[in-house]
Design a protein around this ligand. Sequence first.
Ligand SMILES: [Zn+2]
Length: 230
Amino acid sequence: MDYHFGKLYSPPMTPRNPSNMRPITLAVIIHMAVSLYCPHCNKHTALSIAPAEYEDGYGGTLHTGAIWKADYQRQWWIGVCNSCKQPSLVLNNGEVIFPHPLPSPTDPNIPKELARDLDEAKMCFSIQCYRACAVMARRCIQSACIAKGATAGQLVDQIAELAKLAVITKDIQEWATVVRWVGNDAAHPNKDEVKKEDAEDCLRLAEQFLHVIFVTPAVAKARRAARGKP
Ligand SMILES: [Zn+2]
């Protein structure tokens, strides 16, 4: 699962050169694209640089990519979704994208209430609200533990109960013990700042936790049913 919303890669793109136009006098080959969950259609797709067209002052038309070099370090460009063709404004290789890309979709096998919490955690992460992300991700894990019969008071103990019941593996239990914000209360005012890495750890663990508990058994059940086995 990838929580980085702007990943750079470079498919080739050539400026348009329709046959009814004069030959292109300024040919720019643009290598710039970003993969993401599109803020308009929510599909995992890529933004390609929008073609810009302007008059050359001599009756001709120039074609280039829609880029504005603000300074040596900042290059803004208009990205067009390869799927829905809607535009977004992008800084460099996706450091900033307007409108903000949507988080990865949550598996439909996860119960609705938990999926809503996980989606909220992802949304918080995507807008750099790391404390809120950690709180929501931690809440997801705790709700999943309770749904699976854990009765202990502390989250770490609830996770241990699930491992004892073989609902989760020892590996996941060990992973949970090293995720800092699972052992702490991210909502407590006296606690340390929640860093991006803390929030990301907590978010990854929460999603993996829900996958192991809800998605894997549902997929296995569907496969058994497809093969006519009880
Ligand atoms: Zn789109």
